[in-house]
Ligand binder design. Structure first.
Ligand code: KMH
Ligand code: ZN
Length: 281
């Protein structure tokens, strides 16, 4: 059982409209302020989607580069860019996210229904993301929406080798309509299929946030929370902001006697070799 819990905050996502969640961070300034406040209460990784001036999801490379620089300047969080983007994003734009040279990037291991949409992740895209990340020294977080995607991970590693940094870290994304359910049983079913030596985090979408967090903590897993995944704190109670979700995760991690992991330990765990410059006070 790991002694501490790595908490990732996913503050924005690509699905929620600012009008529906006014505290959703959509500008660079809002994102940086969110990242700082979440770092202060226990997050060590930030999973980033960005929005354009009209608050719509974008993969604009200039803005992504600016975002990576601003987050590095203001925090020492591991900066993980999403290569999943929005369901409408073309594959070449998702691959080009790597040009922004983040510490880490998400890499989804298969196509999944996503509500009424399809989140497309064919094998060739998976291989291209994996090998480009190896070449560029970017550490992947393998996103798994269904158990079969863990078999794809094993095939990927067998054929194309370990990721940069040599460590395999998986995020089980649970409770997406179309993917595996967000239950303790589904989480437990995934564990025997993790590659040897891999670590895992879990994310429960919507109302599955709490059961998935509790199951992950009890099984030695790490946590991802944030407004990308959860907009309701309790029945009938909208989330106040991302910090509220990180505070709940950090509190549960302490109750589990696996308190939040610091950013240096998160870098070591993930095999990230870029040392952060001192963040601004
Ligand atoms: N927005 C979803 C379609 C990722 O960031 O890598 C995909 C997603 C996964 O959020
Ligand atoms: Zn995402």
């Amino acid at each position: 059982m790991p002694a501490t819990t790595m908490i990732t905050v996913a503050p924005t996502g690509a699905e929620t409209a600012k009008a529906d969640a006014p505290s959703l961070p959509v500008t660079l300034d809002e994102l940086v302020r969110t990242a700082r406040s979440c770092a202060d209460i226990g997050a060590s990784v930030v999973h980033v989607h960005i929005r354009d001036a009209d608050t719509r999801p974008t993969l604009d490379l200039g803005l992504l580069k600016e975002t990576v620089a601003a987050l590095r300047d203001a925090t020492d969080l591991v900066v993980q860019l999403s290569t999943g983007g929005a369901v409408t994003d073309p594959f070449d734009a998702r691959l080009a996210v790597l040009d922004a040279e983040p510490d880490a990037a998400s890499l989804t291991l298969g196509t999944v229904n996503f509500g009424r949409d399809v989140f497309a992740n064919p094998w060739d895209l998976i291989v291209e993301l994996h090998t480009q990340m190896q070449q560029r020294g970017i550490v992947p977080e393998y996103e798994v929406f269904d158990l079969g995607q863990l078999a794809t991970l094993t095939r990927l590693l067998d054929r194309h080798g370990l990721p940069h940094g040599g460590h395999v870290h998986v995020d089980l994304v649970m409770g997406v309509p179309g993917g595996m359910p967000g239950t303790a049983q589904a989480l437990t079913a995934c564990l025997p299929f993790l590659p040897p030596g891999a670590t895992f985090a879990a994310t429960g979408v919507g109302r599955t946030s709490l059961p998935v967090m509790l199951a992950a903590l009890s099984a030695g897993g790490h946590l991802r929370v944030g407004m990308e995944d959860t907009l309701t704190y309790a029945p009938g109670e909208p989330v106040r902001d991302n910090a509220q979700l990180v505070a709940r995760a950090a509190g549960l991690a302490r109750i589990a006697q696996r308190p939040p992991m610091g950013t240096a330990d998160a870098r070591r765990l993930l095999g990230i070799d870029r040392t952060p410059v001192e963040a601004a006070p």
